[in-house]
Every structure is written in structure tokens, then in C-alpha cells.
Design a protein around this ligand. Structure first.
Ligand code: WTA
Length: 635
């Protein structure tokens, strides 16, 4: 029996048991039967969560792009690989076949090669959701360069921090991007960032909005003329399974963003296998994930997972609200989308506009609906289920992380009975555990605790780029011999998991992870600010929004406060990006602190969420009068 495609619930249990009872032979079989390797592995798995060190398929050789492209050329050469839907609905969609994608990737790889990029070099990709983004990612993989995609909504400071952290030699960007009715000057942002990045030798610029931009002599070059000249074959560089594939930054609770490093073999096997089963992808299906390739969801489930399966994957450049809030449904109808994967924040934003815009379109092609990025609340779940899926397309609420590389807890559609707000059961090979505060595993059902994973899975991040100690401290130190996710979860009476949210200082706003520390650092740069603390509070569209409690050095006239508010949000936009702006700002005469001087965010969180009836243990609180004042003035 092939275990690659799970079709019913009993089969899920059988395969699951096999995968945890004998993980090595299980993954060996999947890897062997469904992927192209130049050389087989010596060991399927070697691991040690103490060090920590995780190696899958050690000794094997491959190139992931041979799995995404070359092997499909004979059987699916003329099938659409990427279906590009532009921002402007009047601009025609582009169907890029596997053959064409192969040519474009090879040409791009030749351009990289000619520019002196070779195996192991880091290339930063800062592009909007246009085909060049996927092509650039694959071209890096083809020549063995490590891509670091930075979401093109990040500011110049955020970009330069990421470029310098991984010491990227090259930046690939566009002149600008379209976002609904707006355009964004991406090249300007890159120019600003590169003032602080001495290591960048070259910049390749894709033309998208035809804006008049400055090109720096000797550094910047237009991409298209180079591609036009390039040869359309590039033989893939053969890589080791444990060679790096990419770095992707994610926010931590403190300090610098963490450059999560993923390696090739295990990541490929796991993302492809989850894609096939979680979306029940069939050969003729059109699959659409609305994420941006700047996030892990786009890496794993727009590019690598779908292409490894020879799927047709939609890439959408625009936003759900342009030209109106019916755009998603218009695209589903136009391209007869079968699997649709989006975030709860998008669902809530669309639900606000009622169902009229849905009724204009034929959504009968939909078979599976997905959700990712944050807990989906009951109301949004039902709205999605009733109005989009018409109660016949199962919702897969997929829980996972940048660090996990692939989907970890999820229903398998048409097999696992779904339950609103529950991600349900661990995927094949995944061994979750709930832990209590004393570091003990909580067994049995109807319990809640901190979510950990007991055993390695192929697509887990191997380290934090340049900081292995931080990797160990963040993920492997809280609980012995466990990977700690940073999330809380509960397990219901039948063993289904529900993710309750972050238990650290990461706040998920509109599905984007934001660390409080970098935002506070940005605020504290304002010369009127003495101190600040950021917490999340519930928001009906964003899931969480940011509330800033800020103490000014000199409590001047209230008239000036509005200016300071604006300036603070501008600073945040400059340092991080508009996604991190504060929804509410309250100026306070002080912040609640413990006797040892630590800010008691727990109390601020309760105040911001209007849950002040029980503030919890306040025995270590140094300044109760400040808490009273904050509660009296709360917004
Ligand atoms: C949260 C996104 C509840 C969680 C793939 C996790 C979720 C963080 C879900 C990772 C879900 C993601 N239900 N919470 N289905 N999916 N999360 O790294 O807190 O951007 O730790 O990866 O998002 O976010 P990241």
C-alpha cells in the first residue's frame, strides 16, 4: 500500500501509527517512492534535541528544483504550473506552464551565475507577488544559493537588518509594486536600506510599475534584458539533503528577528506530502493560497509543496478589497479554484461586507477550504463554512509555524470530522505533547497546556542563522527533550487540539507575528518617550491589535499628544512597517512594575482587553497607584 495519499479516516489512523511507531522506515518509503534523488541517504534520521541537532536523509543528494520542475516536463510540460492573477482585474491572467517555468528558472539561474552568485551565497529577495518572485526563489534553489525572501511590506530598516544578518550579496527587487489602487516605491525602500548594507554587491530590478527610478551605476541592473540574453538551460547544482535551502525571518519575543534556516531534503518531502493530503490535491485541480511568498505559508504552500506535486498554483498580486470586497470570489469563479487557503483575518474582513458579493459569483468549484496563521474564531469559521463552502467543503484549520516548515496539526479533508475552532489531529509523523508549568507532560484528554513536539519531523528548522544558541534557548530549553512551540493548546475529550494562542511576547496581528520588543525599541527612539510597553487586545478583524502604554518624559499639553501619537506610529512604520502600527496609545505617568523592575505586561494585557475584574496575582506589584490611574483612563 502506498501511504502517499490518505483517503479515509481509518487509513489516517493506520498511517499515523506506522509513522510514529517506525518513523525512519515510514519516511524512507515516502522519500524513496515520490521524489527524485541523485543519491540515496546513508541515514534517514539522526537527532539530538539537547544539542540540538537534527539531520534527515543525511548523505542524500538532490536538487529540489528537479523535483519541482524537471521531473514534470514529460508528463505535465504543458500544464499550468503558476497561474498569475494581477492586481488589476482588467490585466489578463498569465498561465505559466511547467515548460515555461522551467525555462524561466534556468534563465534566471544563469543570470545569478553570471553575477557571481554560487552555492551557499545568500540572496535577498524583496519582490511583490509577481511571477519573478517564484522564479527567483527557484533559481536560487537551482544554483544552490540560499534565498532569504523579505516580505515587500517591510520598511527599509527591517530590510537592511535582515540583509545584514545573513550577509546577503545580492538583492532582487522591483521598481515598485501595486497594492489595490496604490503603488509602492520598492526600489526607493531598497536604496534607503542599502545605505546600511555594505555587503551587497548587486541589485537586480524587475520592472513592474514602470516608474522612473534611480539606478546606481555598477550596482543596479534591470533584470529583463539579462534574462532575455540568458541561456535557457541550467543544469541543477547537486546539493546535500542537509544543505540550506532558505532563511526566513520571524519575530521573536525579544531582539532581532530570527533567521530560521530550512534545509533541502526533509523540507521538500514534508511540504510535498502535507500539500497532497491536507488539500487532497488531484491532477486537474486549481489550487490557490492567498498568502504572500514573503511568509512561510507562501514558501511551503504556493511554491515548493504544490510544484513538487505538479500542481497548478495561483499567485495573486493584489488585495482582497480591490476593486471591491468580492475580488477573492471573482478569482475563484474565473479560475474555477478547487482548493482555497487563506487566513482568518481575511475571512473576518470579508464577512463584514456581507454575502451579497459572494452571491454574484459561482463558487461551486470549491472542494476544500483552508485556514492558517492564527486561531479561527467560531463566528468566522461558520461564516466561511456556510457562505463560502456552502456547508459542503470541509475546512482545514491548519496549525503550524515558520519554524515547523509545514503543516503540523490539521484535519485531513473528507476523512477527519471537523470541529469549529479546532485544528483537530496531528498530521502523519507529528507527536504533540501538552506540558504543564513544572515541565511535566499532561496526559489524557480535556486538558490544556503548552504545546510541544516530542519527536523530529522532516521539515523542522535546523537552526537560527548565525545564532545556534538562540535556537536552543528559544525552542529546546523550556522543556527537556522537546521542541517548544510558544503556543498554548487544549485537547478535548476525543483528543482534538485547539490552539489557544501565543504564550510569549509575540502578538499575531492580522496573521503577522510581531515581537513586542522591536516595536517598543522603535517607540523609545522618540525623544519625548521615557518608556513603553506594548500588548495585544482582541480586534474583530485583525484578531489582535496593538495597544501601547507609553510614559512621556515631560507630560506637556494634551494638544501635543496627538502629534506625538502620529510621530510614534510613523517611527514604527519606518523601523518595521505599517503592519506594526498601534491601534491605541495611552499615555501614562508610569508602567506597572515588579519590585525587581520588570514591567508587568500581564496586567496591561488585562486592562487593554477590559478584563479588569481579576488582575491575578499582584503581590509583587510595586506601584498599584499607576495601575489605578491606567484603569481610570483606559480607552
Ligand atoms: C499561529 C504561519 C491557531 C500560532 C504558518 C503559531 C495558528 C504562529 C494557526 C506561527 C492555526 C498559525 N490556529 N494559531 N491554525 N496557524 N497559528 O510563523 O500562534 O507566521 O505559533 O507561521 O501562528 O506563525 P508563522
Amino acid at each position: 500500500m502506498s501511504n502517499y495519499h490518505i483517503k479515509h479516516f481509518e487509513e489516517y489512523f493506520q498511517v499515523y501509527r506506522k509513522s510514529v511507531n517506525n518513523p525512519e522506515s515510514f519516511w524512507e518509503e515516502i522519500a524513496e517512492e515520490h521524489f527524485v534523488w541523485r543519491k540515496k541517504w546513508n541515514n534517514v534520521l539522526r537527532w539530538d534535541f539537547q544539542k540540538p541537532e537534527i539531520k534527515w536523509f543525511e548523505g542524500a543528494q538532490l536538487n529540489i528544483t528537479e523535483n519541482c520542475l524537471d521531473r514534470h516536463l514529460h508528463t505535465r510540460g504543458d500544464k499550468t504550473a503558476i497561474l498569475f492573477e494581477p492586481n488589476d482585474p482588467n490585466e489578463p491572467a498569465e498561465h505559466i506552464t511547467y515548460k515555461q517555468l522551467y525555462d524561466r528558472v534556468c534563465k534566471f539561474a544563469n543570470v545569478l551565475h553570471d553575477k557571481g552568485i554560487s552555492k551557499g551565497d545568500r540572496v535577498c529577495i524583496y519582490l511583490p507577488m509577481i511571477p519573478e518572485l517564484a522564479v527567483a526563489v527557484l533559481a536560487c534553489a537551482r544554483i544552490g544559493a540560499i534565498h532569504s525572501v523579505v516580505f515587500a511590506g517591510f520598511s527599509s530598516t527591517a530590510l537592511s537588518t535582515r540583509i545584514n544578518d545573513c550577509d546577503a550579496k545580492m538583492v532582487i527587487c522591483a521598481d515598485g509594486s501595486y497594492r489595490g489602487s496604490k503603488t509602492i516605491d520598492l526600489k526607493g525602500i531598497v536604496d534607503e536600506a542599502l545605505k546600511d548594507c555594505p555587503g551587497v554587491e548587486s541589485v537586480l530590478v524587475a520592472k513592474r510599475i514602470n516608474s522612473d527610478i534611480a539606478m546606481k551605476e555598477g550596482r543596479d541592473e534591470w533584470l529583463q534584458p539579462l534574462l532575455d540574453e540568458a541561456y535557457r538551460e541550467y543544469s541543477a547544482v547537486i546539493m546535500d539533503a542537509e544543505d540550506p535551502l532558505f532563511i526566513l525571518y520571524t519575530s521573536g519575543s525579544t531582539g532581532m528577528p530570527k533567521g530560521m534556516l530550512h534545509t533541502i531534503g526533509g523540507y521538500m518531502v514534508y511540504t510535498a506530502y502535507t500539500f497532497k493530503n491536507v488539500f487532497q490535491y488531484k491532477e486537474e485541480d486549481v489550487y490557490w493560497c492567498t498568502a504572500d511568498i514573503g511568509w512561510i505559508t507562501g514558501h511551503s504552500y504556493i511554491v515548493y509543496g504544490p510544484l513538487c506535486n505538479g500542481a497548478t498554483t495561483v499567485m495573486f498580486e493584489g488585495v482582497p478589497s480591490y476593486p471591491d470586497f468580492g475580488r477573492f470570489w471573482e478569482i475563484v469563479d474565473k479560475h474555477k479554484v478547487n482548493q482555497f487557503y487563506t487566513a482568518p483575518t481575511a475571512i473576518r474582513a470579508l464577512a463584514k461586507h456581507g454575502t451579497e458579493l459572494i452571491e454574484k459569483y459561482d463558487l461551486s468549484s470549491l472542494k476544500v477550504l483552508g485556514s492558517v496563521g492564527e486561531p479561527i474564531n467560531e463566528e468566522a469559521w461558520h461564516w466561511y463554512n456556510d457562505n463560502v463552502g456552502k456547508k459542503k467543503s470541509p475546512i482545514v484549520d491548519t496549525w503550524w509555524q515558520t519554524e515547523t516548515g509545514g503543516i503540523m496539526i490539521t484535519p485531513i479533508p473528507f476523512s477527519t470530522p471537523t470541529k469549529p475552532t479546532y485544528a483537530t489531529l496531528p498530521f502523519i509523523g507529528i507527536q504533540p505533547a501538552l506540558m504543564d508549568e513544572n515541565g511535566q507532560e499532561i496526559k489524557g484528554n480535556q486538558v490544556d497546556g503548552r504545546l510541544c513536539i516530542k519527536f523530529p519531523w522532516p521539515s523542522m528548522a535546523r537552526t537560527i542563522w548565525g545564532n545556534h544558541q538562540r535556537y536552543k534557548d528559544t525552542y529546546f530549553s523550556a522543556f527537556e527533550n522537546m521542541y517548544f512551540t510558544g503556543d498554548g493548546a487544549l485537547r478535548d475529550e476525543v483528543g482534538y487540539y485547539r490552539i489557544t494562542g501565543r504564550v510569549d511576547d509575540v502578538i499575531i496581528v492580522s496573521g503577522h507575528n510581531l515581537g513586542t520588543a522591536p516595536i517598543e525599541d522603535a517607540i523609545n527612539e522618540h525623544n519625548a518617550v521615557a518608556e513603553s510597553a506594548i500588548v495585544g487586545f482582541p480586534h474583530d478583524v485583525k484578531g489582535n491589535a496593538l495597544y501601547g502604554f507609553i510614559t512621556l518624559k515631560d507630560v506637556g499639553e494634551t494638544r501635543q499628544h496627538d502629534n506625538v501619537r502620529k510621530e510614534i506610529n510613523q517611527l514604527i512604520t519606518d523601523r518595521i512597517g505599517p503592519i506594526a502600527k498601534l491601534d491605541k496609545i495611552q499615555f501614562t505617568s508610569g508602567l506597572p512594575k515588579t519590585r525587581s523592575g520588570k514591567i508587568m505586561r500581564r496586567i496591561l494585557r488585562k486592562i487593554a482587553s477590559h478584563e479588569t475584574e481579576n488582575l491575578g496575582d499582584t503581590s509583587t506589584l510595586l506601584n498599584p497607584e499607576v495601575v489605578q490611574e491606567i484603569m481610570d483612563n483606559v480607552k
